[in-house]
Design a protein around this ligand. Structure first.
Ligand code: ADP
Length: 287
């Protein structure tokens, strides 16, 4: 903790949910409440964003939480409650929030470089960058994600892991303060998935964003998260928060961490909570 920072309580949270619920198709036969009474606040820790990993049964509203933060119009606004980013109600997507999906979301008709400069081009006037500055910045991120030499290729010429690297570079080039990752590595094979997890921890030094990661993998949640939320079945609530038992992974060798007893204990504990909640049992009071 940096002691020169003001007390956390004095800062506006970077993301805050106040008793948020979301009911889709209200008043119709398809009415469905995805989340109910979700409240949390994530403090803004400059220079070191927090990494929140969200797990829970399928359909419990994990993506709905991400979409509400993003302000994605298919989902936002919340039915009740407030969704605030830096103290301001979310009114729509913004450059301060980046999203990375499971499915490769690159533009097929643009090269890697063209994909990474896309967001810069959209925000050209605000960013004040000319063509060569945009290309330089994009190339910095293309190198960071390990794609140097591939910048003139099109997405179909890349592997799944490489395509997700493009998606990561596309988001990070805009320096978002909040990064929303919706099962970003689920479609990848195991070794590629580990490479991507390693890449994410390595990039963290430069990113400094607050991250919300939705994942099906308990090990991934414990590995990448500073804090892990386990949600109930729909209508989803945050049933349990784990933070004290999550071993620190930044600046540590990923293989060493994942072999450590503290990591294995954390995975077992989070897994047990997940199984209890998935069976519909009450959480164990750890909230
Ligand atoms: P999870 O990410 O936990 O699997 P989601 O947040 O994607 O769950 O979805 C929760 C529930 O809300 C699901 O039943 C889903 O079908 C429904 N849902 C999500 N988005 C929409 C939408 N735009 N319109 C209607 N229903 C939706």
């Amino acid at each position: 903790m940096n002691e020169t920072l003001p007390a956390a309580a004095a800062r506006t949270p970077i993301v805050e949910f106040r008793n948020v619920s979301k009911t889709f198709n209200p008043g119709t036969t398809r009415e469905f409440t995805a989340i109910t009474d979700v409240s949390f606040r994530i403090d803004d820790t400059p220079g070191r964003g927090e990494f929140i990993a969200i797990i829970g049964p399928s359909g419990c509203g994990k993506s709905t939480i991400l979409n509400l933060i993003q302000g994605f119009s298919d989902v936002a606004p919340a039915t009740t409650g407030e969704v605030l980013v830096r103290g301001v109600p979310v009114a729509g997507p913004g450059r301060d929030r980046g999203m990375i999906f499971q499915r490769y979301s690159s533009f097929p008709n643009r090269t890697v470089l063209g994909n990474v400069t896309f967001g810069l081009e959209l925000n050209r006037s605000q960013l004040g960058l000319d063509r060569s500055a945009m290309d330089d910045l994009a190339m910095t991120w293309i190198r960071q994600v390990g794609l140097a030499g591939h910048e003139h290729k099109y997405p179909h010429q890349l592997s799944g892991g490489q395509q997700q690297r493009v998606a990561i570079a596309r988001s990070l080039v805009l320096k978002p303060q909040i990064l929303l990752m919706d099962e970003p590595f689920s479609a990848l094979d195991e070794p590629t998935r580990h490479d991507m997890q390693r890449l994410v921890t390595e990039l963290w030094h430069d990113v400094e964003a607050t991250v919300f990661l939705v994942t099906h993998s308990i090990a991934e949640a414990v590995y990448l998260g500073d804090r892990v939320w386990v949600m109930t079945r729909a209508p989803g609530r945050i049933a349990v928060t784990f933070d004290d038992i999550i071993p620190p992974t930044r600046d540590s060798d990923p293989l060493e961490v994942q072999e450590s007893p503290s990591f294995k204990t954390a995975v077992a504990e989070v897994g047990a909570a997940f199984a209890r909640i998935d069976r519909g049992a009450e959480p164990d009071g750890r909230a």
